[in-house]
Design a protein. Structure first.
Length: 428
């Protein structure tokens, strides 16, 4: 049952603090276990990857079969229906259409004899982690790989757990459509370690992207520095702001859409209407029963399902920005009048006819989004996450002479005489 708490209730402040402090950090035992696996992969490479794949995924795989062959990928097309393949291609086209507009251009400007600017450079290689445990996510393969290819990354690697050595055909087809260059049937911490450090079979990458469980998230955090990472992903989150006229059935359906992802998913409703709050709770209970993942969704609702009855819509927006959810839905009469007041969320769904599944699958913007309150300072995955910027500077002899005195003073303040000298030799 979702918890219903009004702003006049003395529990309101405590409930709000709990929602704002929901970031998921590994306990010491988990971190120690992850470190042990990473160290083993760093020391013994493929041998450690094979050992931990057997231990945790119950799959006996030798290094020579880590990589999924072209024949297996082609064969996967025969294990899905034509209309399913058409849908994967449709989704890929939608993602490309959005992400190709994010590619930045080189910037340059000139001041007399000074030329300054920066140029965008794609990363040489990226590693994508696509989960394959409690559910299969071909959409994640598309959402991770396509922006990398749009950015111009030459080598895109994907690792995903296998079931007895077999990878779901939907994942293989999605990866192929997205343009993934290398696919490996390994998952968990050992996959993160292999991509971060490199093994004989799996050359290292420059950056690792993609969500995973607490072990995978911890591994990404620990390998940062050896490679770049996108973020530390946590459980799914949806916060809905609704006015009194909102449709309770729509809201309940949207909350359950996120709740079925994970037992730790957070689903929250903010509304000034007590009547709507109670109606949504009843609809959630009703709609839980027929779900295929009812057990997972029920646990999420019982653990993290919260309805806060707020003072008014201004109060709702204030708290929504404070909680900074992964997804935010505006079930209000005039959502576009509120959009400029929404500051902290990974994505906002405007209006009651924009359900979360549209954003997860077919709209085009990326569904890899900041969780755990990190939307206060980070953004969803984009093509720019697969690029870096190189600044450039060019001075004429005359402009170096003009800057001479300022450089001398800065070098003197910092006690760096070689800095002064490298300008002086050009301006004598």
């Amino acid at each position: 049952m979702m918890k219903l708490i009004s702003f006049s209730d003395r529990r309101f402040k405590t409930a709000l603090q709990r929602l704002c402090n929901r970031s998921q950090l590994a306990n010491p035992a988990t971190e120690a276990s992850v470190k042990r696996i990473l160290q083993a992969v760093q020391r013994t490479g493929d041998r450690a990857v094979a050992r931990y794949t057997l231990q945790y995924d119950r799959a006996t795989i030798q290094p020579e079969t880590f990589r999924i062959s072209e024949e297996e990928i082609k064969g996967a097309y025969y294990h899905i229906r034509k209309d399913e393949g058409d849908t994967l291609r449709y989704v890929a086209q939608r993602i490309r259409a959005f992400h190709e507009r994010q590619t930045p251009n080189t910037m340059m400007y000139q001041e007399n004899g000074i030329k300054l600017g920066r140029m965008s450079v794609p990363l040489d290689s990226v590693g994508l982690y696509v989960p394959g445990g409690k559910a299969v996510y071909p959409s994640s393969a598309l959402m991770n790989a396509i922006p990398a290819k749009m950015a111009g990354v030459k080598r895109v690697v994907m690792c995903t757990p296998s079931h007895k050595g077999e990878v779901n055909p939907y994942l293989l087809v999605a990866a192929d459509i997205a343009g993934v260059d290398e696919l490996y049937r390994i998952g968990g911490v050992q996959a993160i370690g292999a991509m971060a450090y490199g093994t004989k079979t799996i050359p290292k990458v420059d950056k690792i992207i993609g969500p995973g469980n607490i072990y995978v998230a911890t591994a990404k955090r620990l390998v940062f520095g050896h490679v770049g990472i996108d973020s530390i992903a946590g459980p799914s989150e949806l916060l809905i702001i609704a006015d009194a006229r909102a449709n309770a059935e729509y809201i309940a359906a949207d909350l359950l859409c996120e709740a079925e992802h994970d037992e730790e998913a957070s689903v929250i409703l903010l509304t000034p209407s007590t009547a709507l709050a109670n109606a949504v709770i009843k609809q959630v209970e009703k709609k839980l029963k027929p779900l295929s993942r009812r057990t997972i969704a029920t646990r999420a609702i019982n653990r993290h399902g919260t309805v806060l009855v707020v003072q008014d819509m201004d109060h709702a927006i204030e708290l929504g920005n404070l909680i900074a959810p992964e997804h935010m839905g505006l079930h209000v009469a005039t959502p576009f009048e509120l959009i400029e007041r929404i500051r902290h969320t990974g994505v906002v769904f405007l209006g009651e006819h924009t359900p979360p599944a549209i954003g997860d699958y077919v709209a085009g913007p990326n569904h890899v989004l900041p969780t755990g309150g990190t939307a206060r300072f980070s953004s969803g995955l984009s093509s720019q996450d697969f690029m870096k910027w190189v600044n450039f500077v060019s001075y004429s002899k005359n402009e170096v002479s003009k800057a001479n005195d300022h450089v001398m003073r800065m070098a003197t303040m910092e006690g760096l005489t070689a800095h002064a000298q490298c300008v002086q030799v050009r301006t004598r």
